[in-house]
Design a protein around this ligand. Structure first.
Ligand SMILES: [Fe+2]
Ligand SMILES: [Fe+2]
Length: 272
């Protein structure tokens, strides 16, 4: 048993503490008339993407991987619930921005296809790609929205996604304990993140253009978080991830709302 294997109970407690958060009301007095229509359309696509993901729980339950135990399965279940909460938060954003929710989209279908096609390890890798996408995109989007509840909601989602990134990295770290496994992971990871960058850029380019987010800005931020995730999985010098998250837990589950997005500089491409 490796050193990460015993941490799933703590992850489970962490997600459980955050599951008590209430959903905000639909009403938002802020004026979003200046926000381009493409932003609501773009968020509607993400809303759809945040709605799925339940099949991984059953797969984990049936898994024969040594590091997968009941605590991991329960933590995974709470993680999926948290993603569904994101879908509800994004639905509030889409409606307040004057957009409509959607039932299908080609990039969301592509992620679902990739998740269903493969085993638990690769499924978690796909989820980790989705966390990198979420952190970068929600953060950049929030930094361009007027001050108001939507920024706070997106800030809350970004903070959640940071924890998800560490949760999935923790699992993949347990699966890459030898040099050749790390090599395979690195190849698969880099290919997947570049492919996802292209796909997401194609699907969301209208919103990025309307918000004056240059491809270079998005790419640099993307690569920063992609490298961070890769290091968390493969770099043996990294601290135990749960310690990083526990610091967040000590601040309380609602503290995430307080994040001030004015501090998010687009010129600053390193992960904060
Ligand atoms: Fe999410
Ligand atoms: Fe997530």
């Amino acid at each position: 048993m490796n050193t990460e294997g015993g941490n799933w109970a703590r992850w489970k407690r962490f997600f459980k503490a955050r599951s008590e958060r209430q959903l905000p009301t639909l009403f938002d007095p802020a004026d979003y008339t200046g926000v381009p229509e493409s932003v609501a359309q773009s968020l509607a696509i993400f809303q759809l993407g945040e709605s799925g993901g339940g099949t991984i729980i059953e797969q984990a339950r049936l898994s024969s991987i040594d590091e997968v135990d009941d605590h991991y399965v329960e933590a995974l279940e709470l993680f999926v619930k948290e993603e569904h909460r994101h879908a509800e938060l994004l639905a509030i954003c889409v409606r307040n921005l004057g957009g409509s929710l959607i039932n299908s989209n080609w990039t969301a279908s592509l992620f679902v296809f990739a998740r269903r096609l493969i085993g638990l390890r690769l499924k978690v890798l796909v989820l980790l790609v989705a966390e990198v996408v979420g952190i970068c995109y929600y953060q950049l989007l929030a930094s361009r929205l007027p001050a108001g509840r939507h920024r706070s909601l997106l800030a809350q989602i970004v903070t959640d996604e940071h924890a998800h990134l560490r949760f999935h990295s923790s699992f993949l770290r347990t699966q890459t304990q030898t040099w050749w496994r790390r090599l395979i992971f690195t190849g698969a990871w880099r290919s997947a993140t570049v492919a996802a960058a292209v796909v997401v850029y194609l699907d969301h380019r209208a919103a990025m253009r309307d918000l004056k987010l240059s491809p270079g800005t998005v790419w640099r931020r993307w690569m920063s978080f992609s490298r961070l995730a890769e290091d968390l999985v493969t770099d043996r010098r990294q601290p135990t991830f749960i310690d990083t998250v526990i610091r967040e837990e000590c601040r309380g589950p609602d503290s995430t709302v307080q994040i001030e997005f004015n501090t998010l500089s687009l010129a600053e491409d390193r992960p904060s």
